[in-house]
Design a protein around this ligand. Sequence first.
Ligand SMILES: *Cc1c(COP(=O)(O)O)cnc(C)c1O
Length: 488
Amino acid sequence: MNNKNKRKLLMDRSIPGKVGATFPALDIPEQKLPDKSQLREDLAMPEVSENEIVRYFSSISQMNFSIDHNFYPLGSCTMKYNPKLNDDIASFPGFNDIHPLQDTSTTQGALELMYDLQNLLAEITGMAGTSLSPMAGAEAELAGMLMIRSYHLNNEDFKRKKVIIPDSAHGTNPASAVMAGFEVISIPTDENGNTDIDALKSVVDDTTAGLMLTQPSTIGLFDTNIIEVVKIINENGGLIYGDGANLNAILGKVKPGEIGFDVVHSNLHKTFTQPHGGGGPGAGAVMVSQRLVDFLPDPIVTKEEKSSIFNLSQPIKSIGKMGTFHGNFGALVRAYAYIRTLGKDGINAISEDAVINANYIRAKLQDTLDLPYDRICSHEVVFSAKSIKEKYGVNALDMAKRLIDYDIHPPTMYFPLIVDEAFLVEPTETESKETLDEFIDVMKTIVKEAESNPELLHNAPHNTPNKRLNEAMAARSPKLSWRDTKAN
Ligand SMILES: *Cc1c(COP(=O)(O)O)cnc(C)c1O
């Protein structure tokens, strides 16, 4: 089918009288229809043959980008890996057909899985306790900030109202701190991409509730000042929140708990294989240090010593529920299956592969694009298209759109905000050298095109059913269904 035909909507293919399905002969008495006032006259329904409808839906199912079709180097919010095995396990009837209101005596297997996953995530991050109930990274952040708030209030330390956040943190970090009732103090990043220690010292005091930072940061760097940052905050009575949404950079190498973090969350829908296309479903496990375990969201799964019975419990000073029931159970099953499949050696290999892949791209493209932070990166690398824009008038957006023509999903652009014309690339741990080489070659080709034929990039993409969209209109007034323009 050519692209023009692909765009033709099902209703526009309709020919009166065509049928796609035949019903068997009626074997019950025919019933009278309700009177006309209750019937719609001309309900527009497509009249197409069976083949046409199958081909139509099969073809539109191929029009989106997905990790099963294309390389997907989207920095920061990357879908790392979706092994089909984990989907199969999550759909076992014993996991899939249970109900959250069932008596716990009938769901012991599910509770045991949650109990083990709580312990595995605590072990991986070096923390003392876990709650699996938040259903997104941002919700886990909110839970963490509410725990920090409750901790200070519980100590009758009422003046701690400020949370310090470096400007290389993920955008959800300040939003979560504000939602939990804190005032946010933003501090800059130094020229190496680390937290600026002097700036930190100048704002920290006895009104500081804590510091929230993304580690590795959104510029793909491991903050090498972290030990000092933790020391400064702790000396001033504050707690440390580490955003570990993308734990794949440090798995098996660094335990945030051992550095002195009090809260860390991990997006099970990024690092631990829960597919998160189209906005969900997610799971943001939140892990805490010993001094916060009593504040964890309700419920957590507990087991009495020497007993083999698992219970749902509310920690004594719990901040309460983050949502209905126990969190996104299917996502928990996938994360558990993934961790158990990998084992300790596999977990270590993830961070090694994630970091080596990102650094391979950094090394191979550093002469092609600007590299604002010229140092070893972690799981992702931030480039800038600033020089290309100045020389050829082609910006990061044009280059990203052109990548689509080469069947590659664009990287994250214009984020982090502290980098001009940012181009944030995360290859992930599961891509082969051949795929990375292909991406590198395509990027070099695109930069040559920017020089020789900038118009080609301004108008990209060219090979897709939809061309360059008006993105503001597409977001604000999307056309999501067919409308009969002939009807009144
Ligand atoms: C994705 C991401 C978040 C937010 O997670 P959601 O599940 O989208 O709410 C927070 N921090 C970082 C670093 C992330 O990459």
